[in-house]
Design a protein around this ligand. Structure first.
Ligand code: FAD
Length: 414
């Protein structure tokens, strides 16, 4: 961080860098609970670009409660598909039959599914509308390029040379967070040598709200239900093979896809594009510095095997907003290290636990060892027969069970 003290063009209480899902949720949660705080969001992308994310995300029940409390859910609901059941299989790609080892069904509470599939555009659009309604300034084409020390605050320089001041900078600038680097926060992690191919398919028969996770030797192949006889795919392959498949002719891609997808839902047609995301584990060693807090992928990037990356980010948003709003109500400095350390303590264990769990699951399942296959099938069938353990996994998937839950995730106001 440079220490040149220069006058700022604009001054705010909270400056959020990154108008992705986590950045917008954090800004909305703070502004909604503490209207006296001035909140600004800046994003590097030109206006509208971040809304073109064709992916969909499994949003856990706890995050749905938060989005409802923040007034965003009514806009999202028409595009959301509840997941009513989930099945898990463990087989080889060409196996004619894939025995089901594990099934989850049932709601968290009556009428409340443990997760819902939501198109990312709907998520971003609804959060952006709430930010606008709360009077939050969202600036596009405004990348943070440098940080400067200020007495009682932090200075930020944008790509166009504008200088901003804030008491707290929240870095939601994604997996390759430049702010994390500028703040000197190191990460631990590794690449898996795998990429997740993401695509949307339309099928002949209805999915009935069922999600499927097929553990194949190259990695998990997830079929996640969307509205209107469509499904979202997260298809893990070794990175070079994923690149080949994404670049392949559509007919070849569809044939490879059908081999893995099976024929239960009839013939498939691709809708929209296909993209491959390199997969790895990245955990920030610290989530905070004086005047800086990391949230979302800037703090942690995990394997999508359990569909929990964004849900972890929403938990960060809820915990950070609660920490900041309570400090402001008590007249404390919202950017002081001791305030922010409360947030770090709250989030670090849960994040580490999820990072390790997804890492172990991926290593355990992404291979073709006969011995491991036997251990896995024994483990999965034991879980399937133990109602208490299944309840635990459903609560985990719903984002409801690790440590003290931020109020927004239980549906309460901060
Ligand atoms: C294949 C795949 C499938 C997934 N499926 C799921 C799922 O089903 N459920 C789930 O919970 N999670 C899932 N995830 C994870 C989820 O997509 C991410 O956790 C989530 O997108 C992170 O959101 P974010 O807001 O932290 O970051 P991002 O969405 O990456 O947003 C970062 C923002 O910061 C901006 N930015 C970057 N640099 C700067 C800068 N210097 N200054 C200002 N702005 C900047 C960018 O323009 C961007 O808008 C999946 C991930 C992958 C790869």
């Amino acid at each position: 961080m440079s220490s040149t003290p220069t006058a700022a063009d604009l001054s705010d209480d909270v400056l959020v860098a990154g108008a992705g899902y986590v950045g917008l949720a954090t800004a909305v949660a703070i502004a909604d609970a503490a209207p006296g705080l001035r909140v600004r969001v800046v994003d590097a992308a030109p206006d509208g670009v971040w809304r073109k994310d064709e992916r969909a995300s499994a949003v856990a029940a706890a995050a749905v409660r938060m989005l409802r409390r923040l007034g965003a859910w009514d806009d999202i609901a028409p595009a959301a598909q509840p997941i009513t059941e989930m099945i898990v299989t463990d087989s080889r790609t060409g196996d004619p039959v894939r025995p089901v080892f594990l099934t989850f069904d049932g709601d968290v509470r009556p009428g409340e599914p443990f997760a819902q599939m939501v198109p990312n555009t709907a998520l971003n659009g609804a959060l952006r509308a709430r930010a606008d309604a709360l009077g939050i300034t969202v600036q596009a084409g405004a990348a943070v390029t440098a940080l400067e020390e200020r007495p009682g605050g932090i200075g930020v320089r944008l790509a166009d040379g504008t200088r901003l001041d804030a008491k707290l900078l929240v870095a939601c600038d994604g997996l390759k967070s430049g702010i994390r680097e500028m703040a000197g926060i190191r990460t631990v992690g590794w690449h898996y040598g795998q990429s997740g191919i993401v695509a949307t398919v339309k099928h002949e028969r209805p999915h009935g709200g069922r999600a499927e996770e097929h553990f194949l030797p190259a990695g998990p192949f997830a079929i996640l239900p969307l509205t209107g006889d469509r499904s979202s795919l997260v298809w893990t392959e070794e990175t070079r093979e994923a690149e080949r498949l994404v670049a392949a002719d559509e007919l070849i891609f569809e044939e490879e896809l059908q081999r893995r997808f099976g024929h239960r839902l009839g013939a498939l047609t691709l809708e929209g594009g296909r993209r491959a995301f390199p997969l790895g584990l990245t955990l920030a060693r610290d989530f905070v510095r004086p005047r800086i807090a990391l949230a979302g992928d800037a703090a942690h990037g995990i394997h999508p095997i359990a569909g929990q990356g964004l849900n972890l980010g929403f938990k960060d948003a809820a915990a950070l907003a609660e920490t900041v709003v309570e400090a402001a109500r008590l007249g404390r400095d919202i950017g002081a290290l001791d305030t922010l350390e409360g947030y770090q303590r709250w989030r670090r264990f849960d994040t580490l636990q999820m990072g390790v769990t997804t890492d172990v699951l991926n290593r355990l399942f992404s291979n073709d060892s006969t011995l491991l296959r036997q251990v896995r099938s024994l483990g999965l069938s034991l879980v399937d027969r133990a109602p208490g353990l299944k309840r635990f996994f459903i609560d985990q998937a719903a984002g409801l069970s690790s440590g003290p839950t931020p109020r927004l995730l239980t549906g309460e106001a901060i």
